[in-house]
Design a protein around this ligand. Structure first.
Ligand code: GTP
Ligand code: MG
Length: 198
């Protein structure tokens, strides 16, 4: 799919205030610093559409980006970032869980996983949370440029094994990406195009 336009529309800390249009949307979620905002920039061919940082905790709000004037990509804050004060934050911030539980326009969530790491408890908890909530999702293994191809495949295989050993019947649909090298762009965009056209 070709991206002809990508525009920032609005930031929110309240899921109820997100755009009222009934346009389909796709959200990016995962641990802080896993590369959510960078992936949105890579997919849309924009260097600075979504704000990125080497320091975790950069994205703090729900950000809607309108793509080709007819669907949204949604950049979300990361979870699992310890330096955010405990008094203001549960493991998954409430406005994030509100977003997932109320957003009828959400077609699919992409859960980003750092391809270098063995399965992390918090990611698996989030996968289980979306699964139990009946929210469709895919996995995206990020930062693949930081590892050799064989090692990425090994880590994905280890992930699959872990999920199958933890009550999942099959490995969810997944993609391998590098925002640095543009890897995986077609796979993710074609997936969205197919779902949009269904
Ligand atoms: P928060 O908004 O803090 O939750 O982080 P995020 O998940 O949006 O991560 P972000 O896109 O801001 O990227 C975090 C850091 O990882 C930045 O320094 C990026 O340059 C780097 N990064 C992101 N994707 C890749 C990638 O595919 N390869 C490499 N090598 N670095 C990446
Ligand atoms: Mg971000």
């Amino acid at each position: 799919m070709k991206i002809n336009s990508a525009e920032f529309i609005i930031s929110n800390s309240d899921a109820a205030k997100c755009p009222k249009d009934r346009l389909p949307e796709y959200a990016f979620i995962g641990r802080s610093n896993v590369g959510k905002s960078s992936l949105i920039n890579m997919l849309t061919n924009h260097k600075k559409l979504a704000k990125t940082s080497a320091r975790p905790g950069k994205t703090q709000l729900i950000n809607h980006f309108l793509i080709n004037k007819n669907w949204f990509l949604v950049d979300l804050p990361g979870y699992g970032y310890a330096r955010v004060s405990k008094s203001t934050k549960a493991i998954f911030q409430k406005f994030i869980t509100d977003y997932f539980e109320t957003r009828e326009q959400l077609v699919c969530a992409f859960i980003l996983i750092d391809s270098r790491l063995e399965p992390q408890k918090i990611d698996v908890e989030f996968i289980n949370y979306l699964g139990e909530s009946g929210i469709p999702f895919c996995l995206i293994f990020t930062k693949a440029d930081k590892l050799g191809k064989t090692q990425v495949q090994k880590n994905v295989a280890a992930y699959k094994k872990h999920l199958l050993a933890n009550d999942w019947e099959e490995m969810p649909q997944y993609f391998i990406t590098s925002s640095e090298e543009g890897t995986g762009k077609e796979g993710v965009l074609n997936y969205i195009e197919n779902v949009n056209n269904d």
